[in-house]
Design a protein around this ligand. Structure first.
Ligand code: ZN
Ligand code: ZN
Length: 139
């Protein structure tokens, strides 16, 4: 266990795991989050500024909750955040659907490449491989 400064209020606290904020700030954040959720439930069409002013929660914090995927807003809400890659408006998370798909594909390619490199040479391990070998022989 280590003692660190809270990222929010700078108070020293015993850090165990998870986010680097003290229990007091964590509790405050929970309250804040609850307030935010309740407000959005009652005012589903409120803008980011309206929500921020009514709840006293900074726009930055609201965006943070959206990025974390903790705060879910309805589709007709004017509130949105930007995709970190292309800047398109999204409702939650870090990337728009298209970028998320592209990134996932990219990741899959990388992991496949790694798998190929680390794979032990088992002959006949898969059908597709057999086909591949056969085709090569025919040529
Ligand atoms: Zn704190
Ligand atoms: Zn995007």
């Amino acid at each position: 266990m280590e003692v660190i400064n809270c990222k929010k209020c700078n108070r020293l606290f015993q850090y165990i795991a998870g986010r680097m904020i003290c229990p007091i700030c964590q509790e405050e954040e929970e309250k804040e989050f609850k307030l935010l959720k309740e407000y959005l439930y009652e005012h589903p069409r409120a803008t980011m500024i309206e929500v921020s002013e009514a709840t006293g929660i900074s726009i930055q914090a609201i965006k943070h909750y959206l990025r974390e995927g903790r705060l879910i807003i309805t589709n007709d809400s004017p509130i949105g955040i930007e995709c970190e890659k292309c800047g398109a408006e999204i409702k939650t998370g870090r990337f728009c659907e298209r970028c998320a798909y592209e990134l996932e594909m990219g990741m899959r390619l990388i992991t496949n490449e790694l798998k190929e490199k680390t794979k032990a040479p088992y002959p006949n391990s898969s059908k597709s491989k057999m086909h591949y070998l056969k085709r090569n022989k025919d040529n």
